[in-house]
Design a protein around this ligand. Structure first.
Ligand SMILES: [Zn+2]
Ligand SMILES: [Zn+2]
Length: 257
């Protein structure tokens, strides 16, 4: 309902113009179908569309939200052409980013249109939370992330990357592990990892977290960092060191303390 900056459109207007809402029989006016509106959820998912000159657009999904319904509902509400999404980048192994992955893959016809799932190889068995001030009592675990086998069984083509690489016809860069250079960004306090030897270990740094960068013509770098457990200053320093380009925009969900 607020005034939008240039280039943005209200969802209500898009819904009325493009989504064929039902029409009231008595008055003949369209009725808003709120079941077809987007929803928010704890976590992150972003659709990245990139294009170089006259080439075909590249559509990449960055994270998949926390659950089996939110991303599916939003893809439906936004009329996203799922078959055109050829790659999903998973920023890191926390289920508020991986929870919608399998239901997303299920939406697609994977035999006709393959989709790469781009992940960091260090998938934990389980991650938990031990809040302060003691950080010694696990109050909960996050839901288990999809396994590598799950991803393949649901039609995804698994790619594991621990280092930086370009994707989407070289229009999007996915980072490797982010060097921790600042003193004040100390990771997520109370982050815990269940290990092979059957114990919880403190794991504040979530080293599997990666960010994505697009160098937008005439603007500069657009950086997508999910929860940025590595610290957003570490992320920006790494991007500047890698590309020597000005930063145009930084998109962050919330700083992982
Ligand atoms: Zn996280
Ligand atoms: Zn998160």
């Amino acid at each position: 309902m607020t005034t939008l900056p240039p280039g943005f459109t209200h969802e209500l207007r898009t819904h009325l113009r493009s989504h064929n809402p039902p029409v009231d029989e008595t008055t003949g006016v369209p009725i808003l179908d709120f079941n077809k509106f987007c929803c928010g959820a704890h976590g992150f998912a972003a659709l990245i569309e990139t294009q170089v000159d006259g080439d075909a657009p590249q559509v990449t999904l960055f994270d998949t939200g926390p659950d089996v319904t939110s991303l599916v509902r939003n893809i439906d509400s936004m009329h996203v052409p799922v078959e055109k999404i050829e790659r999903v980048i998973i920023s890191h192994w926390h289920s508020d980013h991986t929870g919608g992955l399998l239901s997303f893959l299920d939406l697609r016809d994977s035999e006709a249109h393959a989709c790469v799932v781009d992940v960091h190889p260090s998938r934990p068995l389980l991650r938990g939370i031990a809040p302060g001030p003691q950080f010694n009592k696990i109050i909960c675990a996050l839901p288990r992330d999809p396994s590598f086998d799950d991803i393949v069984e649901h039609g995804g083509i698994l790619e594991q990357h621990a280092t930086g690489h370009t994707v989407a016809d070289d229009t999007v860069w996915v980072s490797g592990e982010v060097p921790r250079v600042t003193e004040f960004e100390t990771g997520i306090l109370g982050g815990m990892r269940w290990t092979e030897d059957g114990t919880w270990k403190l794991e504040p740094h979530i080293m599997d977290e990666r960010y994505a960068v697009i160098d937008v013509a005439g603007k500069g770098l657009v950086i997508l960092s999910a929860c940025s457990h590595s610290g957003i200053v570490n992320v920006v320093k790494d991007a500047v060191a890698t590309f020597q380009r000005p930063i145009y925009m930084v998109r962050i969900v919330f700083p992982g303390r």
